[in-house]
Design a protein around this ligand. Sequence first.
Ligand code: F3S
Length: 781
Amino acid sequence: PKTPASSNVAPRIPPYKRLLGKLKEVYKVFGKKTQLTLAEKILYSHLDNVEESLLSNTHNGKEVRGNATLKLKPDRVAMQDASAQMALLQFMSCGLPSTAVPTSIHCDHMIVGERGADVDLPASITGNKEVFDFLESAAKKYGIEFWPPGAGIIHQTVLENYAAPGLMMLGTDSHTPNAGGLGAIAIGVGGADAVDAMVDAPWELKAPRVLGVKLEGQLSGWAAPKDIIMMLAGLLTVRGGTGFILEYFGPGVDTLSCTGMSTVCNMGEYNRAEVGATTSIFPFTESMKPYLRSTHRLDLLQKASSYAAIGGKGPQLLRADPEAVYDEVVTIDLSSLEPHINGPFTPDLSTPLSQFKNAVKVNEWPESFGAGLIGSCTNSSYQDMTRAEDLVKQASAAGLEPKADFFITPGSEQIRATLARDSTLETFSSAGGIVLANACGPCIGQWKRTDGVSKGETNAIFSSYNRNFKGRNDGNPATMNFLASPEIVTAMSYAGSTTFNPLTDTIPTPSGDPFQFSPPSGLDLPSAGFAQGNPNFAPTPGIPSPDHPVIISPSSDRLAVLEPFAPFPAGELEGLRVLYKVKGQCTTDTISAAGPWLKYKGHLPNISANTLIGAVNAETGDTNVAYDHFDLAESGEPPKSGIPQLAEKWKNQGKEWMVVAESNYGEGSAREHAALQPRYLGGRVILAKSFARIHETNLKKQGIVPLVFENESDYETVRAGDVVSTVGLFDMLKNGGKGDVSLKVGKGEQVIKVKHTISKDQAGFILAGSALNLLAKKEGS
Ligand code: F3S
């Protein structure tokens, strides 16, 4: 049988021939005898200009990792419904008829999990109708494959349909590396980065270092692939995975299922949440072949196999060279790996199961827990679910029922339909489990708990998901969420006790006999292949329909068309007002808060009302308290207000402004709203001691000038309410980023020297008003 999607026209096989050609160019730069890691091979074979990138910021191609700026051309983009909104709005503003690379949208984040899929899905579709209508209509117009609500979670759908050995993909979600389980380089990014790929602009990445994870031995008994990454998350927090790609190698790799490898990659991700790596990748292995076969991708299987054939002449694209050198190596013996439980409140607080009982006592964590949740994008494979099913059958046969509420989230319609056909879901339901919609649900806080736990009440839950920050699942910051494999979560749900160790402990049965679980067993893949599922959940074809209208209601408070930003004025900036001087850390969350504001992600004016509300005032120590020094009240005191309110007031008066900040401004994530919002409200310059690199790039893309104090002590010189003029900025921009810039501050016109990292391309963005303005101009000319 064919998958519903297989009739679509967008290519799903990486351009292997072209990639191999590029790889040969890479060896020319490094020398024929160079031994490359798999991550380098796939990344570098996606370079726009191999020589230019590999020689940039390096000494003749030496020490590329950690130094060179790679300009990459990814093969594909995938977006989830929350982040796709602003990405699409930005894409629309450049006036292109279709996306430059195959792109897909997955409606998964906005669906509530409460009483089960049949009730929850229709309610969520009604509640988010205008957003789904917008996404679907834009997808049709621009030739994007649109997976409707209920079709599945982005990473599972990508794995089943788009992931491929050697593919390079950008995804607007942190757990995009999931596709590394099928040999792809898949990186989680912000919407603005995705737009780069969608408009065929090179996407920049500092060449990552490569951390080799050598797997030896073989998992057995209760140990699951999840335990590899759970253990590694604990280890790498100390060692730090930031700026690395995690590349798995060694004999243990060949013992893992494809979906197991995806679980491992799922949590080896980009934005510091789990292990902080750029992404994770496995080589093309034998176990990927049956997975490709059962997901009906024979054509891809044949192509990938022919490019992976060992012993042929020339470089191998889909495996590391035999003597590849890693920046660091961690070795894990799968044979002795025991199940781990991570948490609470952070995914990298890792405790081996045998020590967990003690940890509960020592830390005074709750000894009972109310809910066990399995599935999600991390752990809903056939292997995961049939192993959990085996445990449920064992317990049911002993007359037991789960003590904790038990929820199951299938990752996609394909897996749900397969599990339904094979009676796995029936086993869960008969045991009292609730099967939720094929969507993120409780993993992203879309969970209405009905077990009477009130907000603020300390309690515990167990999930097989990937994150467990405070309030993540149920909005209750006092809920301690422990992460574990689906097998451990399932077994522990029968005890309802956090101190229960299913490997050693027993549960009393109704007959009075003690019951002990046997180690779980399951099947990697369904023997009858994957079922097709409900055809209503098939994606729209990726064929552009230029005349299709994009649906945005003018009265919507959740969506608004983006108006292009004005170009840079023809001269120096004069009379720039200092809106706020930030003290201490200023993350993208500080600049654009999440939580309830996520609702407005597609409405720039509305979401801008959260701009900088987390920022501490350097002069008063207050948070989100700004003073209008240009509008003195009768008392002579400047009136105070929130930061976004003052920014908006000045915007309405036609006055542009700047912010002064300390080190690593904009750290945290690639959230483009943190650059778009200040720009929308009239921000023109951010002057800081230093910037987080991704945010600095985002600012330039939106036409904001990031400047860095040449002498950090000048942070003391500039104050909120000062007036600043630039000297040399306009000339520098006109000269493609070359030339000195300084600032005249205040009435005394003190001059402070500043630095910048604006390249020729970026100077063009700023002069045009934004990167997309520049692109639109080029398209129009
Ligand atoms: Fe969704 Fe949670 Fe995965 S939010 S994409 S199920 S990490």
